[in-house]
Design a protein around this ligand. Structure first.
Ligand code: FPP
Length: 250
């Protein structure tokens, strides 16, 4: 039986979030510059998005650029922005063909004008698609996202629209970039690093983590299937005991 056939389609994660790491090291191992790694990372993005859509995953979030990534050498930052612009421009047709809706989370307005424009246009063009949401985390920071939510709620309290006692998890969630999107059940990070690096800090509260040694450009469908199979073999207890979970499954 192939890896894909071993996947239980009734127990798929609805939402998979991925920290695409190791592009630079992948390039270095071949004596190439870091941008060569990012360019090859696009192939893995395509493979993963197609693989997820084919299986029936409904949301795929990819960490493409963090607010901390601005601190990288200027040539790498401008190269990455150009690559994003070019990739979105080229891939929008494939997204349409595959009925995939493009979304973005993060401080999009602070991206270079042409990247933000291209992204906005691709979002509009694909807005009616229903098979899967491909969500790009761009200029994203989990802490900044939580602070944004807190500030908006504080403003509502100040204006007398709500009371402090009304503040709850649902309200916090409704002010996040991901409002309306279910939390990821599975978070994957490539390249052997075992951190969440300011990614979806609120939303990953109960996610299963899967770490692989593979660098992002080497991530393919088989790796995706491995991650999902590992997730399906985990017992998700949400604070309960094994016995309670087993009782509920009856
Ligand atoms: C991390 O590897 C990767 C990034 C910061 C950028 C990811 C971007 C892409 C794969 C390109 C395009 C993506 C889309 C969605 C169109 P790293 O540079 O930190 O690698 P290192 O840890 O080995 O240095």
């Amino acid at each position: 039986m192939s890896l894909k056939d071993s996947i239980d389609l009734n127990n798929l994660p609805k939402h998979i979030a991925i920290i695409m790491d190791g592009n630079g090291r992948w390039a270095k191992s071949q004596g190439k510059n870091r941008l060569f790694g990012h360019t090859n990372g696009v192939t893995a993005v395509r493979e993963t998005a197609e693989g997820c859509a084919e299986l029936g995953v409904k949301y795929l979030t990819l960490y493409a650029f963090s607010t901390e990534n601005w601190n990288r050498p200027i040539l790498e930052v401008t190269g990455l922005m150009d690559l994003l612009l070019k990739t979105i421009k080229i891939e929008v047709k494939t997204l349409q063909k595959n009925n995939i809706r493009l979304k973005a989370i993060g401080d999009i307005d602070a991206l270079p004008g042409n990247t933000a424009r291209e992204l906005r246009q691709a979002k509009e063009e694909t807005a009616g698609n229903t098979r899967m949401d491909l969500i790009l985390a761009l200029n994203y920071s989990g802490k900044a996202e939580i602070m944004k939510s807190v500030k908006q709620i504080a403003e509502d309290v100040k204006q007398g629209k709500i009371n402090v006692a009304d503040i709850n998890e649902e309200m916090m969630t409704s002010h996040l970039y991901t409002a309306g999107i279910p939390d990821p059940e599975l978070m994957v990070r490539t390249s052997g690093e075992q951190r969440i690096s300011n990614f979806l800090l609120w939303q990953l509260a109960y996610a299963e983590f899967y770490f692989t040694e593979k660098f992002w450009p080497d991530f393919d469908r088989e790796e995706l299937y491995n991650a999902i199979l590992t997730y399906q073999n985990r017992e998700r207890r949400f604070g309960k005991t094994t016995e309670q979970i087993k009782g509920e499954a009856k």
